[in-house]
Design a binder for this molecule. Structure first.
Ligand SMILES: NCc1[nH]cc(CCC(=O)O)c1CC(=O)O
Length: 305
């Protein structure tokens, strides 16, 4: 157990909290670890183009490269930011127990329901669902890490902005006024953390496997199978949540929206243990059959133009 495990992380406050959480858990098990914060925009001078290695995610790219170059042994991610297909040579090491899965609206007073409400989010999924509920509102784009987004909300005349509860809770930000959007279907794997490992790194794989939470891993697998089958490589407003309703049955709710939020297709199901491996993709295909194919085609056309 002497080899130090180098933990790759992005350098935002939330990313560092998540990486430190994994660090503490590994050290409690007796492993030596070291944090390696990586800037999100680095000089990525690789011989091989990223797409050939299957590296795609904008949030995870830099750490994927660090791992392929053997600069880190493991990397910690918010699982919802990780593309459903992992790059060549990088494998899922552990899924940590899920925290709060909900989205919340941070607002500046309850008049956000006004006819001229302006709500900020950079997420297609949140935008579509917000417009589905509040068709008379305007949704404006908001990007950046959690801290930047909260600052921008203060600096603008928007009525509110949407956040993942887990992100704010982890860095102990308690906004003055917020409401839980329990009607909003969360992003697949929202609130879960993923530790990825180089597939040849036996020491790190063995260490990290001890952190895996079986139930969370099962739920996010279903959610991500649903996502992968629906989107086929194109981002779209898709939400999915799988939750154990007793010790063996899983309750699932997944939905696809048109970009403007006008169309909504959803599936709800109770999943038995023997159905886990195919339930997510089966339920996605049901949505594709009942009009999802058309919605996906028009989303692709709109985002490509
Ligand atoms: N897209 C950014 C991102 N990725 C993970 C989280 C928070 C933690 C989580 O959702 O698991 C956030 C912030 C947010 O969505 O408000």
């Amino acid at each position: 157990m002497s080899k130090t495990i180098r933990i790759g992380t992005r350098d935002s406050e939330l990313a560092l909290w998540q990486a430190n959480n994994v660090k503490d858990k590994l050290e409690a098990l007796g492993y030596k670890t070291e944090l390696k914060p990586v800037k999100s925009t680095g000089d990525l001078n690789l011989d091989q183009p990223l797409y050939e290695m299957g590296i795609t995610g904008i949030f995870t790219k830099t750490l994927d490269v660090a791992m392929v170059k053997d600069k880190v042994d493991i990397a910690v991610h918010s699982m919802k930011d990780v593309p459903t297909a992992l790059p060549k040579g990088i494998v899922q090491g552990a899924v940590l127990p899920r925290a709060n899965h909900t989205d919340i609206l941070v607002h500046k007073g309850l008049d956000f329901e006004t006819k001229n409400g302006i709500i900020a989010t950079g997420s297609l999924r949140r935008k579509a669902q917000w417009l589905h509920e509040y068709p008379y509102h305007e949704v404006v784009n908001l990007r950046g890490n959690v801290n930047t987004r909260l600052q921008k909300l203060q600096d603008n005349n928007w009525h509110g902005a949407i956040f993942a509860a887990a992100g704010l809770e982890r860095i102990h930000i308690k906004p003055e006024s917020y409401i839980t959007l329990d009607w909003m279907v969360p992003a697949p794997a929202q609130g879960a953390m993923l530790v990825v490992v180089n597939e040849h790194n036996e020491h790190a794989k063995k260490a990290v496997a001890k952190l895996n939470d079986k139930k969370t891993a099962t739920c996010v697998q279903i959610e991500r199978d649903f996502l992968r089958t629906l989107e086929g490589g194109c981002t779209a407003p898709i939400g999915a949540l799988a939750k154990y309703k007793n010790s063996y049955e899983i309750e699932f709710h997944g939905a696809l929206f048109s970009l403007d939020g006008k169309k909504k297709l959803e599936e709800k199901a109770t999943i038995q243990p023997n159905e886990v491996s195919f339930a997510g993709s089966y339920l996605a295909k049901e949505i594709l059959k009942k009009g999802g194919n058309k919605i996906m085609a028009s989303i692709k056309a709109e985002l490509d133009s």
